[in-house]
Design a binder for this molecule. Structure first.
Ligand code: VGL
Ligand code: ZN
Length: 204
């Protein structure tokens, strides 16, 4: 049984948003199209408290792009984004949400970031996504969304490590590319881990 995971298709990750991903808006029509191929559609959503530890604003003297240590892990600092209940955390009006059966919120603990839809970055706490999928007999997941080199990558890698057959819908993803080559490296890392690549036109 297959499920579609729509990763962080939120206003703040679209061009013009607080953490705008270049061409991030281009994946919304892809999401709308591919949903028709799936009986189960799940979305993840970055859902940070206003003082989240991944925000540069929470660390006086630091700025976005700096790397600090947070809960013992290297943490890239970001502009404030996807603050709970803010417009930036909402799904864009262009996204078809009627088929989304479940929204998995993540990143609520101010002390640790959560790129993956399955676990926080320290793999200490689960979001409930794995359990939700298992209860429904899902053994194969198709992943797409934002951003390729962060939340998409970690979600896909965790899916593989949890034993799911994992597909990346290539044209349904865009990356932030903080450093040149980040997107290519993310794709290579996913492929090496066993993530399989597919184009949206080849689904269904
Ligand atoms: C993301 C950076 C910070 C993502 C979330 O959705 O890829 N990236 N928070
Ligand atoms: Zn975030």
């Amino acid at each position: 049984m297959d499920a579609l995971l729509l990763v962080d298709l939120q206003n703040d990750f679209l061009p013009g948003g607080a953490l705008g991903v270049p061409e991030g808006d281009r994946v919304i029509p892809v999401a709308n199209r591919v949903q028709k191929c799936f009986d189960l559609v799940i979305a993840t959503a970055d859902w940070h408290p206003p003082d989240h530890g991944s925000f540069a604003s929470a660390h006086p003297g630091r700025e976005a792009g700096d790397v600090i240590e947070l809960s013992g892990l290297a943490q890239v600092l970001w502009p404030d984004h996807c603050v709970q209940h803010s417009d930036g955390a909402e799904f864009p009006p262009e996204l078809d949400t009627a088929k989304i059966a479940k929204v998995i919120q993540k990143g609520m603990d101010p002390g640790i970031d959560s790129y993956s839809g399955f676990f926080d970055n320290g793999r200490q706490n689960a979001t409930g996504l794995d359990e939700y999928l298992r209860e429904r007999g899902i053994d194969t997941v198709y992943v797409m969304g934002l951003a390729t080199d962060y939340c998409v990558k970690y979600t896909a890698l965790d899916a593989v490590s949890l034993g799911y057959e994992t597909w990346l819908i290539e044209d349904g993803c865009r990356g932030v590319e903080v450093a040149p080559g980040d997107i290519e490296r993310a794709l290579a890392k996913m492929a090496a881990a066993g993530v399989r690549m597919v184009k949206s036109e080849d689904l269904g």
